[in-house]
Design a protein around this ligand. Structure first.
Ligand code: PEP
Ligand code: MN
Length: 339
């Protein structure tokens, strides 16, 4: 980091800053400019609280140089991370483009199996479906819990699709990991640090959804927790953020795709379903995500969206999903990706 001294700083103040920087275990280089003196503090500053320097007399501001995340960054790992959804199975982050689709909630056996076969036939690689649902209201459908996981496992047996499902709490990680191929950490839990540590330690890939008010830095620091806990198999998911706009459920920040690609080696998929909240917007945002360099999509599909127990307005029916997949293939081809 760079400590910029104020124009009227005294030599004593400068010496004190240098002393503090050295006390922090960093090496200091003082650079005298025409109007300003700056102290370059060299070393790993991630464990250092730069706030301690900010209030010292004679200091104008602190300018960080390195990103606060490390193992999720390109500074540490140049080559892209490719995540296998199942050992030896479909990949997210390679030259292929992966579509993970399925209902918002697992509602019953026939609903799930119908969607699973449709997703497989249309060319999807993963089956999503919530067995444990994070609901705003405690009176809303909370999911089928373990029964839902059993249906997901049965759907995998029949189709070969990788199962992606959400884990809501630390105490469910073992249970969910017994059935799922990929553990989803939802937007509301992106900064549940205990959960991040526990899903990171269990070894299977993790799909980490961006918190609805999380910055890119917070998103990558959440991924950093998972990687530090033991799993490098992290797939990021942009699912939209809360803004002043009320028309859409969320504002889908597709610009996160090139941003993540620039600063991180982790793959990123886009969820245009929660990102918009409206079924009619899902196709166009999906195609935009592919064209914009995303590594995959997470899409909600339901055999009868009108009667869905959760998120009825945003789920695609099967014919619309099939139509989307045909167009998605064409766009993917145009940007040298294969579905
Ligand atoms: C989901 O994908 O089922 C979900 C609950 O999404 P989010 O965590 O992004 O709101
Ligand atoms: Mn949903």
């Amino acid at each position: 980091m760079i400590v910029v001294m104020s124009a009227d700083r005294t030599d004593d103040q400068l010496n004190h800053v240098v002393q503090m920087v050295e006390e922090m275990g960093l090496t200091s280089h003082v650079i005298y400019g025409t109007n300003r003196t700056v102290v370059a503090a060299v070393g790993d500053k991630r464990m250092v609280d730069k706030g301690a320097l900010e209030n010292l007399p004679g200091v104008e501001k602190i300018v960080p140089i390195l990103s606060p995340y490390k193992v999720a960054s390109r500074e540490v790992k140049q080559e892209k991370t490719i995540v296998e959804l199942q050992p030896g199975g479909a990949q997210i982050g390679g030259t292929g483009f992966g579509v993970i689709a399925g209902p918002c909630s697992v509602e019953d056996r026939s609903q799930l199996l119908e969607v699973a076969h449709a997703v497989k036939e249309a060319g999807g690689v993963g089956l999503r479906g919530g067995a444990f649902k994070p609901r705003t209201s405690p009176y809303s459908f909370q999911g089928l819990a373990e029964k839902g996981l059993e249906y997901l496992a049965e759907a995998r047996e029949q189709t070969g699709l990788a199962v992606v499902t959400e884990v809501l709490t630390v105490t469910h990680v073992d249970l969910v990991a017994r059935y799922a191929d990929v553990l989803q950490v939802g937007a509301r839990n992106m900064q549940n640090f205990m959960l991040l540590n526990t899903v990171g330690a269990q070894g299977k890939p993790v799909l980490l959804k961006r918190g609805m008010s999380a910055t890119l830095e917070e998103f990558l620091l959440a991924a950093e927790y998972i990687i530090n806990a033991g799993s490098s198999k992290v797939i990021l998911c942009e699912r939209g953020i809360r803004t002043f706009e009320q028309y859409c459920r969320n504002t889908l920040a597709l610009s996160m795709v090139p941003a993540v690609k620039r600063v991180s080696h982790l793959p990123i998929v886009v969820d245009p379903t929660h990102g918009t909240g409206h079924a009619y917007m899902v196709e166009s945002m999906s195609l935009a995500a592919i064209a914009g360099g995303a590594d995959g999509l997470l899409i909600e599909v339901h055999p009868d969206p009108e009667h869905a127990m959760t998120d009825a307005a945003q789920q695609l029916d099967i014919p619309h999903f099939q139509q989307l997949m045909i167009k998605a293939r064409r766009v993917a081809e145009a940007v040298d990706r294969k579905i």
